[in-house]
Design a protein around this ligand. Structure first.
Ligand code: PEP
Ligand code: MG
Length: 591
């Protein structure tokens, strides 16, 4: 930490969600424990011993609760790990030593406990026995819990209970933490790490709050209470903005207000090009709370319902009944428009704490999405039954994430068929002809698109993953964000292959990855023959705005140029030029 920033200072990162906000910084992940020594007056010594003993009792309760939750969802061996913690809590030698320090040195409990525990940790860390060295990590974990209680550290990461507006600055924000953000109080956020299509970035667009990721090291530079302006258009955070800067941003706000007015005008107009091609524009949502935004932005239904957000930030799996109620609510609200429900895509950068998925070396290449679902049939089938039941009332479709080959598609479909048989036997209604599609987000799936196209009713291109898997560039890692290029010729060819295979087999192909919400890329995607675009409600207006100003013929010429070009940068530059000429107003707030 470097002390408060003096004078105006500008930091840069990757802009991931548009908008400008101003306010006080709230820094997360600050050093959790500042242990200072206090000399206790004589009469306070015994109450301090009591306070220490009570902290052990509360720690025990906490651990037992965590252990109970883990054992509900995982094998007992995972839960057994906590037995080691509980045993350490009862270690009389450690406890006596702490009490001795409190009594003899008249020291406060946290100082006494920290001193004694650190001594033990140092001994354990230095023994020549791997088992004992691992116990050092256990003891550190345990020490953290006891100190949290003694110091009354409120969980800084519980973002549901902020009490004043702030700009969050953090090394990282997980998607589950981001999903909890309270829009009333979180004006925007900045992180040290992350990429444009990480789920954290996607959520910031869904929440419609300005955000910057990959601002390397910013959490080391800023402090809680610093005053800053966050520019989510250009990826800059300006600490202590001068009057001149504030004036310039005032001008920008005026430009933005006039653009917003133009965008509002198209919200309920059709998405049709100047030469008459209608494009299906739908929305990406995370839960039923997004229905309002879908309707407000005039989307024609939902192209991607990321159902995994119903599974995170809670203690237990949602039941079939609960899921059914949510799917039904969304389908009913958006009828007659389609709602494409994607089956669970946990793993990668999205975790459900109660499922306690093991840490993997390469989570994006690991136990994720359809792979995870096929291995957890009970959980998967509860979701399938809920989706099937919701299909009885609304225009529901379903798609599978992360299909890498035909086998997975067949296995998933077999579960659907047997769930249908169950429902029939139970006399529970569902749509017999529920349309099922495949997400095209793994290169192997695209390469066998002709095979898959004969067995599904639609394709939805998950460009976020398709780009990361094709270019071997982690979507959440800012260090390789320069390689993560949507206009790489390999990506354009894969999109074209998907669209061609779909059309040759009489089905449609859409895009639901983040490129579908970038107006710079809209003409290119339409030119490549994409039939549907699905994006966060807040960015749909811009996409529609440009669609209504372009000619499909010209978009096709742009795509032809792109397919013949060898250079991602050249293709991107041509897309920018095309978009700026077609819809200049969209770009006035960009530097
Ligand atoms: C994608 O990969 O493009 C996609 C839409 O799915 P997600 O971002 O949830 O992985
Ligand atoms: Mg994906």
């Amino acid at each position: 930490m470097t002390g408060p920033v003096k004078g105006e200072k500008i930091y840069r990162g990757i802009p991931v969600s548009a908008g400008v906000c101003r306010g006080k910084i709230l820094l997360l992940h600050q050093a959790r424990h500042v242990i200072s020594r206090r000399e206790l007056p004589g009469p306070s010594v015994e109450p301090e011993v009591k306070r220490f003993e009570q902290s052990l009792v509360r720690t025990r309760q906490q651990i037992t609760e965590v252990q109970r939750r883990v054992s509900e969802t995982m094998s007992s061996s995972e839960a057994d790990i906590f037995d080691a913690h509980l045993l350490m809590l009862e270690d009389r030698v450690l406890i006596e030593e702490v009490i001795k320090i409190i009594r003899e040195k008249k020291a406060n409990a946290e100082f006494a406990f920290h001193t004694a525990a650190e001594k033990y940790i140092a001994v354990l860390e230095n023994v020549d026995d791997e088992y004992l060295r691992e116990r050092a990590a256990d003891l550190r974990d345990l020490t953290g819990r006891v100190l949290d209680i003694l110091l009354e550290v409120k969980d800084q990461l519980d973002l549901r209970h902020l009490s004043e507006p702030c700009i969050l600055v953090s090394h990282d924000l997980s998607p589950s933490m981001t999903a909890q953000l309270d829009r009333k109080y979180v004006l925007g956020f900045v992180t040290d790490i992350g990429g444009k299509t990480s789920h954290t970035a996607i959520l910031s667009r869904s929440l419609d709050i300005p955000a910057i990721v990959g601002a390397q090291g910013i959490s080391e530079e800023l402090e809680t209470g610093d005053y800053a302006l966050l520019d989510g258009y250009n990826g800059t955070i300006i600490v202590n903005p001068t009057d001149q800067t504030l004036f310039e941003y005032g001008q920008l706000a005026k430009i933005k207000a006039s653009l917003d007015e133009k965008l509002r005008e198209v919200q309920h107009q059709p998405a049709v090009t100047l030469d008459g091609k209608t494009v299906h524009l739908s929305a990406n949502i995370e839960d039923q709370h997004d229905i309002q935004a879908v309707l407000a932005h005039g989307a024609e239904g939902v192209g991607l319902f990321r159902t995994e957000f119903l599974f995170i930030n809670r203690d237990q799996l949602p039941t079939e009944e609960e899921q059914y109620a949510v799917y039904r609510q969304v389908a009913d609200a958006l009828k007659p428009h389609p709602v494409i429900i994607r089956t669970l895509d946990l793993g990668g950068d999205k975790f459900a704490s109660h499922l306690q998925l093991a840490q993997e070396m390469n989570p994006f290449l690991g136990w994720r999405a359809i792979r995870f679902c096929l291995a957890q049939p009970e959980m998967f089938r509860a979701q399938l039954r809920a989706i099937l039941r919701a299909s009885a009332g609304g225009n529901v479709k379903m798609m599978y994430p992360m299909i890498s080959g035909l086998d997975e598609l067949n296995q998933a479909n077999a579960h659907v068929e047997s769930c249908k048989a169950e429902l029939r036997a139970e006399n529970i209604p569902f749509a017999e002809n529920l349309e099922i599609g495949a997400m095209m987000e793994i290169p192997s799936a695209v390469l066998i698109a002709d095979t898959l196209a004969k067995r599904v009713k639609f394709f939805s291109i998950g460009s976020n993953d398709l780009i990361q898997y094709t270019l071997a560039a982690d979507r959440t890692n800012e260090k390789v964000s320069h390689l993560y290029e949507p206009t790489h010729p390999a990506i354009l060819r894969l999109i074209k292959m998907t669209v061609d295979a779909a059309h040759a087999n009489g089905i449609w192909a859409g895009v639901c990855g983040e490129i579908a919400g970038d107006p710079v890329l809209t003409p290119l995607l339409l030119g490549l023959g994409v039939d549907e675009l699905s994006a966060a409600p807040a960015v749909l207006d811009q996409v529609k705005y440009i669609i209504r100003r372009l000619k499909l013929d010209e978009a096709r010429a742009l795509a032809e140029f792109a397919l013949a070009s060898e250079s991602p940068t050249q293709i991107f530059a041509r897309c920018v030029e095309f978009a700026r000429q077609t819809a200049p107003s969209l770009f006035e707030s960009k530097a």
